[in-house]
Design a protein around this ligand. Structure first.
Ligand SMILES: *Cc1c(COP(=O)(O)O)cnc(C)c1O
Length: 422
């Protein structure tokens, strides 16, 4: 591989082309293993950023792609439709909370968030309440890298000041304080409640990641908090947008994280694991009320339509991935991974450099006291035969659900070895 060309010409996520970090060439991937060009093999603890639930080179997904490719890889969605989009949308309506009945197929997570925000704004515009055009978001949240999505990310870690003149100024509530399994008190909601009550006439809705705040801190919070937000939205005429791009498809132990709280949002985004990690696809679902509200408005239509909307190849693979997931003992697998992560990462709680260790579903997080030297930690983990991608103070694992207990032990063992006191 021409790594020199890569270094000089190709952007990687959040990378510098003046001082490029090392990148490791992958030749192929199979099961839970990444095979590097130089012959080394790494156990993948990242699922390629939440996506590869079933691991790599999955026969069922490959077959779905191959069969669809021989019919048509793509066709425009304007004025045409096809079986893969219908089959997938039926499944999404069926497996998401009941009030979500209408499906918009988008190209990536960030685009599905743009679509969700636009739905909320167009909904209130249609009701003759166009001044309800701001959102309430949570600190430590992450919703994507495009401008609309970025404006709802944590203002500090999302570096809002860099783009201040271009970003919509939304409202931000403190990150949810009550931990996943801890009780909540009224004080935990005071600021959220007062922001909502004070700005309800300007607010289109609340946008949040249910239960797990991902890229903005890997924080797990209480279902009671989510129930309270749902109630506040109802009491104050706000739409609730749940971004399940990271949490969807079983990662937290429920098929969708909203199920922990028994609530349904008005608008839901899914992405990442939707295709089982084979390619990009996302979706934004909404209720009948939101869809009908939008379509009765001035425009008469929902004003969005990507070129690759409803890509048949991605839809066919997504349907195959959902079938594979639902046909597997995924709940037992995720519960077993959670128990093993808790058990095997526990020794790190004693380490002087570690601030917190936590696990929920198939997510294990080690939060250090200081930001880690990513390059050093990554190299040390690779020497142990595992692939993780730390950021800031966080070193975390979200393995494919099909990972064996033995491989997971190697992964957690490497984390304990590299991060623990020596
Ligand atoms: C990854 C992510 C996004 C953005 O998705 P992309 O496919 O990277 O555009 C949005 N929201 C959440 C919660 C995510 O984890």
């Amino acid at each position: 591989m021409d790594l020199e060309f890569d270094r000089d010409h190709i952007w990687h996520p959040y990378s510098s082309l003046i001082n490029p970090p090392p990148v490791y060439p992958v030749a192929r991937a199979d099961g839970v293993r990444l095979h590097l060009e130089d012959g080394r093999t790494l156990i993948d603890g990242m699922s390629s950023w939440w996506c590869a639930l079933h691991g790599y080179n999955v026969p069922e997904l490959n077959r779905a792609a191959r069969e669809q490719m021989e019919k048509m890889s793509h066709v425009m969605f304007g004025g045409l439709t096809h079986e893969p989009a219908i089959t997938l949308s039926k499944k999404l309506v069926e497996i998401t909370p009941e009030p979500l009945q209408r499906v918009f197929l988008a190209d990536s997570g960030s685009v599905s968030v743009e679509v969700a925000i636009k739905m909320a704004l167009q909904f209130w515009q249609s009701q003759g309440r166009a001044q309800k055009n701001k959102l309430l978001a949570l600190r430590n949240g992450y919703h994507g890298d495009t401008f609309g999505a970025m404006a709802t990310c944590d203002p500090v870690t999302g570096m809002h000041h860099l783009f201040a003149s271009q970003l919509t100024q939304h409202f931000f509530a403190p990150a949810p304080r009550p931990k996943f399994d801890k009780p909540c008190s009224d004080a935990d909601f005071a600021e959220l409640q007062s922001l909502i009550e004070q700005h309800r006439d300007q607010l289109a809705g609340v946008i949040l990641e249910p239960i797990v705040q991902g890229a903005g801190g890997m924080r797990f919070y209480s279902p009671e908090y989510l129930r309270r937000v749902r109630a506040l939205c109802d009491e104050n005429d706000l739409l609730l947008i749940a971004d399940e791009i990271a949490t969807g498809f079983g990662r937290t132990g429920k098929l969708f994280a909203c199920e922990h709280a028994g609530i349904s949002p008005d608008i839901l985004t899914v992405g990442k694991a939707l295709t089982g990690g084979t390619m990009t696809l996302a979706a934004t679902l909404c209720t009948d009320r939101v869809a009908e509200g939008i379509c009765r408005g001035e425009a008469g239509v929902f004003m969005h339509g990507p070129t690759f909307m409803g890509n048949p190849l991605a839809c066919a693979v997504s349907s195959a991935s959902i079938d594979l997931l639902l046909g597997s003992p995924w709940q037992q697998r995720v519960a077993a991974i959670e128990a093993q992560l808790k058990r095997e990462l526990a020794p790190l709680k004693e380490a002087s450099t570690v601030a917190d260790v936590r696990a929920l579903g198939a997510i294990g997080v080690v939060e250090m006291r200081e930001p880690v030297d990513m390059q050093r930690v990554q190299e040390a983990l690779i020497a142990h035969g595992v692939w993780l991608r730390p950021f800031g103070k966080l070193v975390y694992a979200m393995p494919p659900y099909v990972m064996s207990a033995e491989d997971l032990s190697q992964l957690t063992g490497a984390m304990v070895d590299v991060l623990g006191d020596r």
